[in-house]
Design a protein around this ligand. Sequence first.
Ligand SMILES: NC(=O)c1ccc[n+]([C@@H]2O[C@H](COP(=O)([O-])OP(=O)(O)OC[C@H]3O[C@@H](n4cnc5c(N)ncnc54)[C@H](O)[C@@H]3O)[C@@H](O)[C@H]2O)c1
Ligand SMILES: [Zn+2]
Length: 366
Amino acid sequence: MRLSTTREVSYDVEVVNLTGNHFQRLRDLLESRRSTLITTPSVDHLLGESIRRSLEGVDFEYHVIQLSEKQKNLQTVQSLCARTSGLERTSVVVAVGGGVCTDLVSMTAAVVRRGLECIRVPTTLIGQVDAGIGLKCGVNYEGLKSRIGLFHPPINVLVDPTILRTLPLEHISYGLAEIIKIAIVTDEELFYQLDEHLEDLLQSRFQNPHHEAANIVRRSIALMLEQLGQNPFEMEGYQRLVDFGHTFSPLIESEAGFSIHHGNAVALDMALSSAIGALRGTISWKEVERIYRLLHRAGLPLDCPYLTPELCVRAIANAEAHRGGCANLVVPQKIGAGVFLNNGLDRQHMQNGLARMGEIVRGIAP
Ligand SMILES: NC(=O)c1ccc[n+]([C@@H]2O[C@H](COP(=O)([O-])OP(=O)(O)OC[C@H]3O[C@@H](n4cnc5c(N)ncnc54)[C@H](O)[C@@H]3O)[C@@H](O)[C@H]2O)c1
Ligand SMILES: [Zn+2]
């Protein structure tokens, strides 16, 4: 006897002007379904009134809850579950906020009544190009980054880049880290587009140059979805180009007690992974330097006391446990393409990588 089934997933990530038409698109998606919307205080302050007004007449509850990386755990999921007691199986949960909010709310939606549909409205750059648009969500567990999580694809994602204009500058940098990641391993042209407009994009919080900024957000989303679509539930193997920057970074975040932002940790990881790639001859040192310069201009860090050979060795072991027995360390092959390394990733190699990383950094950011 056998039960056999497949799960089909499809959802749209729509780039829309939500604030311009008072969240009408969200209203259309909710129709008459009972729903709960969860957001954070700063986002409520900026968008709350407009959202509530647009959803007048819709059967919805509105909750404003402080959610930060340090509270990204199962206890918070449990407390969010308490906000869903009025929901039915056909209800919708809406997350409006940064990556912490969309991760926590998606986790909650996934477990309440064994899975309620979820709509995400990411309001940070990292959320709009990465955290808010994928199939996965997760929380930290016993001090370990994203150790507990699941796949719970949204039914819809609404992205409005004009929402980014109020974002603190460092959060634009964090989002840039994920955009630079996808550019380095999949799209040379995107990298050069960033290279050309970086300061304007950063200072204008992705509002200018208008055409290029919108284009970069759309392109990053399209590239991310293309990568995720190839292996949506990670059942087709453990080699994922989007893991570039995500081998050493989880331990950097955990080791720092989550005082280092995900975007900064990803940047440090990309810098080290690129140096390791160059040591192995996958990419030229000239291109590695170009990567470092872009990260530096984006306001991202290139050195960190937590990034030691010991941490790297543990990170490689963790990656092996997570990726089917192989580290699958993603390193650039050139700007625009990535490859996977599995052999020789020992302490000495990590030390050499860190030493070369330090030399380049001293050359460009003394
Ligand atoms: N699930 C995934 O696939 C995935 C991918 C990448 C990152 N992540 C996760 O995302 C998290 C980081 O997300 P984040 O950087 O968005 O952090 P965050 O969710 O903490 O948001 C940052 C802060 O900015 C505020 N904010 C949000 N939007 C704003 C706006 N438009 N204007 C002003 N302030 C605003 C928030 O209230 C919050 O205080 C990490 O926990 C990371 O692990 C998840
Ligand atoms: Zn990430």
